[in-house]
Design a protein around this ligand. Structure first.
Ligand code: ATP
Ligand code: MG
Length: 433
């Protein structure tokens, strides 16, 4: 059996894998990780456990990737886990109980990575002997939590049957992909805007820099926990919360009270919405519904909570967000379980709602550049799904000049760079300081 080398970008929303290129200069090859999906290159970083009473659920605890989403949409019940990567740093996330069984976070990640490994080995026609995994520049600003996240990811990788991984910072991997096109040396700022984090690296790249350790080529690096998930939440916050009862009032014995804001703000992190299913909270919502000044909004909220529709809501929001990357206006349509929401969003609306997020991204970029003594990059390579947002690009064009901007392969550049790195037998040259 052949020994296969592979690079894996375990992303907050998508996982992508790539085989190294070959000696003739062929670039890395993206693995078909989801043969049945709309985009076969993307393995959705999602797990689904069917409800115990649903059919065929007796033996199968978990579905992963596109299958998980399909099964969730078909069943309408069960546990959907998404953005698990965002919790790797959290010491309080020790285990989650599903159908009476406890799962550690590394076991959950391994449940996603195991079918992925099977796909890679099938397509690579051999077992994996070398694996380079990506990690964000910063899982968490606290070094202990950061180390915890990497260690958990490492354990998950091993549990899933991969060999001991080498870790490479995601934007450095994207830089290596970009480097393949260069004919001259450049100092490049790479921005990788994902779903959970945005990472920046200032790096010297070029055709002459292939051999030896590359550590000294990384001039500065940093990241921030802002990505596409937060852009989705901004749409919910500014457009949709009133449609779910924010600002409504209900009657108490002596006066009218405003619905506590924490209730509707739970919608901003959709995976926490299940907390509102707590019986005492649901009782309170039903009680407030009786005297509310906004009956339709309260009905929407109760349906959303009772029917566990947060995922559907965020799917609708994300679809509108993506549409806005290509068009000046998008229609947000959410018609599920009796909730009827139809809102038009213009690009200026979206840009205004997300301005604080973009401001924070720019501050982080300045911080990273100042680590390198304020060095001005020759070019700026933007990648990651969130780099498709026109305002994100425009901010960088404004800061550095349109002519310096490079981009492309938004969803696969990191994996392609990791694949390239996996082609080198000595992966220690990529290891972090
Ligand atoms: N056309 C688009 N316009 C705007 N956003 C988009 C577009 N396409 C994808 N996205 C967003 O990009 C994000 C996914 O990008 P990507 O696959 O690079 O992230 P990831 O690697 O899973 O996350 P991370 O790198 O943070 O772990 C999602 O938030 C998605 O909504
Ligand atoms: Mg990513």
């Amino acid at each position: 059996m052949n020994g296969v080398a592979v690079g894996v970008d375990f992303g907050t929303s998508n996982t992508v894998a790539a085989f190294p290129g070959d000696a003739t200069g062929l670039p890395a090859r993206i693995v078909t990780v989801d043969p049945d999906g709309n985009d076969q290159r993307l393995f959705r970083s999602v797990l689904f456990s069917p409800a115990s009473d649903s059919s065929q659920a007796d033996t199968t605890y978990w579905f992963a990737g596109g299958q998980a989403i399909q099964r969730y949409l078909d069943d309408g019940a069960g546990r959907l886990l998404q953005s698990v990567k965002s919790f790797l740093h959290s010491p309080s996330f020790t285990r989650t109980t599903v159908r009476g069984k406890g799962f550690t976070i590394e076991e959950l990640v391994a449940l996603m990575l195991t079918p992925l490994r099977n796909r890679i080995e099938k397509e690579g026609e051999g077992s994996i002997v070398r694996a380079v995994f990506g990690r964000p520049a910063v899982f968490h600003p606290d070094p202990q939590r950061d180390a915890l996240a990497e260690e958990r990811l490492r354990r998950a990788v091993l549990l899933a049957g991969f060999p001991e991984p080498t870790f490479m910072i995601e934007p450095i991997a994207a830089a290596l992909r970009y480097e393949e096109q260069l004919t001259d040396d450049e100092t490049v700022l790479v921005g990788d805007f994902g779903a959970g984090t945005s990472d920046f690296t200032l790096m010297r790249l070029g055709p002459g820099r292939g051999a030896g350790s590359r550590k000294q080529d990384v001039l500065a690096a940093g990241g921030i926990r802002i990505g596409g998930d937060r852009f989705d939440a901004a749409v919910v916050e500014h457009l949709l919360l009133p449609r779910f009862g924010a600002g409504s009032s209900y009657k108490t014995l002596s006066s009218r009270m405003t619905l506590p804001p924490w209730i509707t703000r739970t919608l901003l992190s959709w995976h926490e919405l299940f907390l509102l299913r707590e019986p005492s909270t649901l009782d309170f919502l039903r009680h407030a519904r009786r005297t509310t000044d906004q009956p339709r909004a309260m009905d929407n909220l109760i349906t959303l909570v009772e029917d566990n529709l947060a995922y559907h809501l965020y799917r609708a929001v994300e679809a509108a967000k993506r549409e806005l990357s290509d068009q000046a206006r998008a229609q947000l349509r959410f018609h599920v379980g009796g909730i009827e929401i139809e809102e038009s969003i213009t690009r200026p609306d979206f840009d205004a709602w997300t301005a604080p997020l973009r401001q924070a991204l720019l501050l982080k970029v300045n911080e990273v550049l100042s680590q390198a003594g304020g060095k001005v990059p020759d070019t700026v390579f933007l990648t990651g799904g969130t780099s498709y947002i026109p305002a994100v690009r425009a901010d960088f064009a404004h800061l550095f000049g349109e002519d310096k901007l490079r981009g492309g392969e938004g969803l696969t550049a990191v994996a392609a760079g990791l694949g390239r790195a996996a082609g080198f037998s000595d992966t220690s040259r990529w290891e972090r300081k």
